[in-house]
Design a protein around this ligand. Structure first.
Ligand SMILES: [Ca+2]
Length: 280
């Protein structure tokens, strides 16, 4: 009887894991093949810096820290101002600076221990969050993401955008005077959305995406992770316009995580590969 019960338990657990792996395979875009969509004027670039304050996510010994620098125009140098750490800043992926002292941060994992992180991914838990940090107050302002990732703000400062790669979506929140957030809508997409850039003059979103998450997580030089850039217009309207501006199977650029536009120029950055500069 005991063995029968054990067998039944093993059967149920196996079925559950099998179902979760099937779900994970779908969420990570494992079976998606990407048709290249190249732009005629692209070349690789080295890097950029043109900011007054620079907020950097740092992961020393797998912990999360936010390093704040000041850019000194005269000698083009960065002066380190401070290191911010807090127990709620547990697995920081992206930051949205609100002032030199305060910011929103996304946590992309709930657990810190590697084995539990694997479990979190396999079980597709939605326990990650967005944190508001200031010297006087630190609080969770949004949760319910598979892995909260990119974060940005509308030009008028009223709305916050948060990407969730495994959810294949971008969450829109209304920002309030006390920095709390309330959900407005979720824009569903068909790709793993990473960092979000907002075009200041139009409010359009430019998003670096991963067409196939499995190819990114389990890197194989014979089966490269591709790149995808989406341009999203009128995200607050009932029918936002989503345009695939760039797509590549990895032969030109791998693992696109961010895209930004200045005038008619597009910059694409990646998780570990090179950058690409395109004229639109
Ligand atoms: Ca990111």
């Amino acid at each position: 009887m005991g063995k029968l019960l054990a067998l039944a338990v093993v059967g149920v657990v196996s079925a559950l894991i099998g179902e979760r792996l099937f779900t994970l395979r779908h969420k990570s875009g494992a079976s998606r093949e990407l048709k290249p969509k190249r732009l005629p004027n692209c070349h690789h670039i080295e890097g950029l810096d043109d900011v007054v304050y620079l907020f950097v996510v740092n992961h020393p010994q797998f912990k999360s820290r936010v390093e704040v620098f000041k850019f000194v125009e005269d000698d083009k140098s960065l002066v380190h101002l401070k290191t911010v750490k807090h127990e709620l800043l547990s697995s920081v992926n992206d930051i949205l600076a609100l002032s030199p002292d305060s910011f929103y941060a996304t946590n992309d994992q709930y657990f810190r221990e590697r084995i539990l992180v694997y479990l979190e991914i396999i079980l597709t838990l939605t326990w990650t969050n967005v944190i508001y940090y200031s010297p006087n107050e630190v609080k969770e302002v949004a949760t319910g993401f598979y892995g909260a990732n990119g974060i940005n703000i509308s030009p008028d400062g009223k709305y916050i955008y948060v990407s969730d790669p495994f959810g294949h979506n971008i969450h829109v929140f209304k920002k309030h005077g006390n920095f709390s957030l309330t959900p407005v809508k979720v824009l569903q997409l068909e790709t793993l959305v990473d960092n979000i850039s907002v075009e200041p003059s139009t409010g359009d979103l430019w998003v670096g995406c991963h067409p196939n998450g499995i190819k990114l997580l389990f890197y194989d030089p014979d089966n490269l992770p591709g790149s995808e850039v989406l341009h999203i217009q009128d995200i607050l309207s009932e029918k936002p316009t989503v345009t695939q501006v760039y797509a590549d199977d990895g032969s030109v650029i791998q693992g696109s995580s961010v895209a930004a536009v200045y005038e008619n120029q597009l910059l694409i950055g990646t998780v570990f590969h090179r950058s690409l500069h395109c004229k639109l």
